[in-house]
Design a protein around this ligand. Sequence first.
Ligand code: ADP
Length: 489
Amino acid sequence: MKLKIDRNSIKFKTFLYFMVFAVTLMAALWILQVVLLNNFYGTMKTAQTKEVASEIERSFKHNESDRFLDKVSQISESYDMYIYVVSYDGKTTYYQPSASDVAQAPGFETDTSQETAPGEMQYASKIQTLNEHMMRGNGSAYVKIKGVDASQEILAYGSVLSAKNKDPMIVYIFSPLWPVSSTIKILTNQLIYVTIISIILAILISLYLSTRITRPIRKINTSAKSLAEGNYGIVFQGGHYTELVDLADTLTGASIELEKSDMMQKDLIANVSHDLKTPLTMIKSYAEMIRDLSGDNPEKRNEHLKVIIDEADRLNVLVNDLLAISRLQSGKLTLEKSEFNLTDTIDNVLKTYRIMELEEGYTFEFNGDTAYYVDADEEKIKQVITNLLTNAIKFCGEDKLIKITLKKRGKYVTCHVEDHGPGIAPEEIEHIWDRYYRSSSNMKREKEGTGLGLSICKEILTLHKARFGIDSILGEGSDFWFELECIKK
Ligand code: ADP
């Protein structure tokens, strides 16, 4: 069976990145420790020797002889170097490392059988060689010389120290280069272990990490598939990571919203079917009545025809609402702005309602004395006013009074539509503008609507970038308002 590897999976990518990281790190270590160690060591020793040499020179210039020799002894102790200070004629040695130190120095281990103080003897030949280099180099030299054992190397520095009012002296510094090959061998062995351990760790950590990340993602995916099949109310499980917990919470929220919207759509279909069915049944039965019974009786016929016309009007409103919301939803609706007098527009809308004052006892109070000009889509603003008025009529109180007020606020004009009806509970106010929302109360047929009127208002006002809102007290009435920018005329 061929193992299929998904190269784009988190598992594969995490594994790959960890491996690249581990391998790069190991390669860097190998190069630095094994390949470049020798160079590093040499460079470091050279720099150190030069630093010590200049420190000694500085000290000779600025210090008394005693303090200078103390300083040399201090330096000699703190560095892995062997320092000699001798008189200019080479006869007096002022400072030299202890014999035992020198005996241990690489390149000088042999020959301890010598009778003379080993230190003195070991370096005698080297000092001589160094002196020759110094003579060629104007009193100072910095050279790499061979130890007694030819495989050993020593950095040697020699210089004449001179200062005003002081007898000149000569300083010799021998800085042995310890053989690093054995160190490299040890490091190589250690690095093999470190490399193996790092690679195993990289594999384990990447597997652990990717599993911890992918497991919750897989779970979320399964839940999302189930949601897509229509199983709402699913609680998405996050993982150990904030981002995944957030994603799960967002999806859970989305699933709740989807459920709500689905329920609302179902409600709408139920409502719309009901709303369509009732007038259709009425139209059909009244038409049959005219055909069979009242066709010859003009009075009865007209009465029946009025019912048919009213019901047809009701159907018209419903279909118009549905068309408007579907256009708004599809985002196809654009504003056709023009400058118009809002006061006149409201007056015109109210004219169509005046008949209700005469026939049904409603009162429409409007403070339409001042002209307010706005730049907006007149037809759509008319629709907003109509929808608000329709609601105010539907939900007005016993007094059947509906107040329409225009108020100037700064550079804006606010239009209020008030009634003294049942009002809206505070917890319902925020849902009132939602599509298909209808408050749980007021389910009498004449108050039935599509639940679309206010959401149409919301879409239109949002398109105008206008502010709008409701102030309502339960049992006392509601005040629906919106605001448009005034223009000067
Ligand atoms: P509908 O066609 O059902 O009236 P709307 O979107 O116009 O749809 O209104 C949504 C709901 O808001 C209504 O069902 C009603 O419960 C509530 N509502 C709207 N206007 C008023 C009002 N003036 N007073 C009290 N409740 C109102």
